[in-house]
Design a binder for this molecule. Structure first.
Ligand code: CP
Ligand code: NVA
Length: 313
């Protein structure tokens, strides 16, 4: 059984397939989508809030011919202490796949290990692989000729600002290595990428392509993309004041954007906090592709589900 718990769970040929399918699904939306999930029901178990991920998976499953069931963790017995073992076994008897958003990466690993259906990571505290595949597709859409998606990413430079130890930064560490991109992380001391992500990358066999600096201008220089994420991720609300104070120098401003390459893109996984990690003129400025990026969650995740359904057939 193949799962999608982290970027590197997909083989290079599957990543190429995700990009070309996402492109085809986007172009042909509403006309023809292969019914990869025909007759299937997929459950979405969410322990955290979501707008983009929840809606795009719900719509995506429907468009692939399947039926989605949304389950807030607290609505099912898992939220009252029923074991992951029992939950995984019971759900495996009913549904064909699970999409899970939770805190601990180990929880989705256990659901995958103990059940007998594919599991997709819809964000944990550690990783957000659906977002990073979508982001990379959104870049490739701009840089490729419509056929050479992966090639168009190779050698490009992403500068990422702010919380360089969160799920998005971690996932970009894996994604950049897979896509052959340079990742320049800029954030305050004490928020450098942790040991766990370094270990996961080392085990993947991909060579590291990231660097860390406390100087935002160093990271921004000649970047193809300037990327940021919230300074306070879900579950970190109690640390808000200290995080905001530490990350203030890493806000993406128009001055910082000017250090990137001409025509550099601004990207943000959203939700964004204007005046914090990004200034309003950049967020809605001409270099920003935030809403294409959000839309592409739908096309890319449909492609991820189609590839996974094929692999597990
Ligand atoms: N970017 C993202 O995952 O957004 P949601 O939290 O709204 O799903
Ligand atoms: N780092 C953010 C991403 C939200 C999509 C969080 O975990 O809250």
């Amino acid at each position: 059984m193949q799962h999608f718990l982290k970027e590197t769970d997909f083989k290079p040929h599957q990543v190429a397939e995700v990009f070309s399918l996402a492109h085809a699904f986007k172009k042909g939306r509403g006309r023809h989508t292969p019914p990869s999930l025909k007759g299937q029901t997929w459950a979405m178990i969410f322990s955290k809030s979501s707008t983009r991920t929840r809606v795009s998976f719900d719509v995506g499953i429907h468009e692939l011919g399947g039926h989605p069931i949304f389950l807030n963790k607290n609505d099912i017995q898992l939220g009252r202490g029923e074991s992951i073992y029992d939950t995984a076994n019971v759900l495996s008897r009913f549904v064909h796949g699970l999409i899970v958003r939770t805190f601990d990466q180990r929880e989705i690993e256990q659901l995958a290990e103990l059940g007998s259906i594919p599991v997709i990571n819809a964000l944990t505290d550690f990783l957000h692989p659906c977002q990073i595949f979508t982001d990379a597709f959104s870049m490739a859409e701009r840089w490729s000729d419509g056929t050479n998606f992966l090639e168009s990413l190779r050698g490009r430079r992403i500068a990422y600002f702010g919380d360089t130890a969160n799920n998005i930064a971690n996932s970009w560490i894996l994604g950049a290595a897979m896509f052959g991109m340079e990742l320049a992380l800029a954030g305050p001391e004490g928020y450098e990428p942790g040991e766990e992500i370094r270990n996961v990358l080392a085990q993947s066999g991909y060579a590291p392509t990231w660097s860390f600096t406390t100087d935002a201008t160093v990271a921004a220089k000649d970047a193809d993309v300037l990327y940021t994420d919230t300074w306070v991720s879900m579950g970190q609300e109690e640390e808000s004041a200290e995080r905001i104070a530490a990350m203030k120098p890493y806000s993406v401003t128009s001055d910082l954007m000017r250090l990137g390459k001409k025509g550099a893109l601004f990207m943000h996984d959203l939700p964004a906090y204007k005046g914090m990690e990004v200034q309003e003129d950049v967020l809605y400025g001409p270099q920003s592709i935030i809403f294409d990026e959000a839309e592409n969650r739908l096309h890319t995740q449909k492609a991820i589900m189609a590839v996974l359904a094929e692999a597990n057939r």
